[in-house]
Design a protein around this ligand. Structure first.
Ligand SMILES: C[S@@+](CC[C@H](N)C(=O)[O-])C[C@H]1O[C@@H](n2cnc3c(N)ncnc32)[C@H](O)[C@@H]1O
Length: 352
């Protein structure tokens, strides 16, 4: 995931010769002025490179460039063009579009551009690692989602795509043979772990539109990246809320257990759980599922999801279809308005 975020930022920095100017000893204020960078985003990018170990701070305003930092953009600028391919639009479609997506990626050419990553020599911050990781992440995510829809062991790929992809996965130590058949036994332990957890990458991958325009964000009119009226342009919100739902098993278990314990203690006969910013509704659904049946009945537990985003609300409708719920568009910054809306809608049936 860090590779997916870092690679396009690195490409922009290299294209604008930022590391050269930084290493000349100029202060960051001077670098920002000379390069006409947008200071807020630029500083966040600097922090990212600091955490990768590509630069180190040597006083308040000056950085040194380390030997992990690459010097030229040639090998990665083409790889970064793959960020304009909207892999998320092909998810959940029929087999024929799977090949269409892979053709758009031009995977065989892409392979020739990718540097070889050697897990014994290269660090997780090296350009070799980042270049491969940035391609591997959306590819694995895509293949996993496609295999769910098609429910066939990667039969949806034509043999040419399959060979190319298999070799790429082999080079990255995800599968154990260069000419296998994508059956589970071909995965290495690393590959299996990635495959099992790749759904969690949905949130990171949902920022593909923003990462595809990262140069604009850092050096030109940053408002343009966000500016489409009525629809968020910088993020795929549906992918984001699905990804956030997928992370729950790992991150929200303690919270859900706490809610269940709290409800068991509480003496009420009518209870609503509200998630302000409910996303795909998974958190609400998990809370509901964790409460025992008797409690649910006695306390007439109902779920309320509020979200700024209409796409999130429509995904939440699907998640919650089998449990009592009410959903509405609303902004957490204006709770009174949400409350008034809910009161109007629900006054007859429940107390808020
Ligand atoms: C990361 S998701 C969290 C979803 C859910 N609560 C969960 O834990 O899975 C954050 C959600 O908050 C929504 N959101 C962001 N800003 C908001 C705001 N000002 N008011 C209401 N919802 C907002 C987003 O649309 C997104 O669906």
């Amino acid at each position: 995931m860090h590779a997916y975020v870092a690679l396009p930022v690195a490409s922009s920095f290299l294209k604008h010769n930022i590391f050269d100017v930084v290493s000349s000893g100029k202060s960051i204020f001077d670098v920002i002025e000379e390069k006409q960078a947008n200071p807020g985003y630029f500083n966040i990018a600097l922090k990212m490179f600091e955490s990768l170990g590509w630069i180190t701070k040597h006083d308040d305003a000056c950085y040194e460039v380390t030997n992990l930092c690459p010097s030229d953009n040639a090998s990665i600028s083409k790889i970064v063009t793959t960020y304009s391919v909207p892999f998320e639009e092909y998810i959940g479609r029929e087999a024929v579009t799977t090949d269409l997506y892979l053709n758009q990626l031009d995977f065989s050419k892409l392979q020739d551009l990718l540097p070889t990553y050697d897990s014994h020599k290269d660090s997780l911050s090296s350009l070799n690692y980042l270049s491969n990781g940035a391609i591997l992440l959306p590819l694995l995510y895509f293949l996993k989602q496609a295999s769910k829809t098609n429910s066939r062991d990667f039969e949806m790929l034509d043999s040419r795509s399959k060979n190319c992809i298999y070799q790429f996965l082999f080079k990255n130590e995800v599968v154990l043979k260069a000419d296998g058949r994508f059956i589970e036994s071909d995965f290495s332990d690393l590959g299996q772990a990635l495959w099992d957890s790749v759904d969690n990458a949905g949130v990171t991958l949902s920022y593909r539109p923003l990462l595809a325009k990262i140069e604009q964000l850092l050096f030109y009119d940053s408002k343009n990246v966000f500016s489409e009226i009525g629809k968020e342009a910088h993020i795929d919100r549906e992918l984001n809320v699905i990804g956030s739902g997928a992370q729950h098993g790992v991150f929200f278990k303690g919270f859900i257990d706490h809610i269940a314990d709290y409800l068991a203690m509480k003496e009420v006969d009518n209870l609503q759980i509200v998630d302000m910013g409910c996303g795909d509704g998974t958190l609400l659904k998990s809370c509901y599922d964790s409460i025992d049946r008797k409690q649910k009945k006695e306390k007439r537990v109902a779920l309320i999801g509020v979200d700024l985003n209409k796409e999130a609300i429509s995904v939440a409708h699907k998640t919650l279809e089998k449990v009592p719920h009410h959903l509405c568009v609303g902004n957490i910054n204006n709770p009174q308005r949400v409350l008034t809306h809910l009161e109007q809608q629900l006054a007859a049936s429940i107390t808020i």
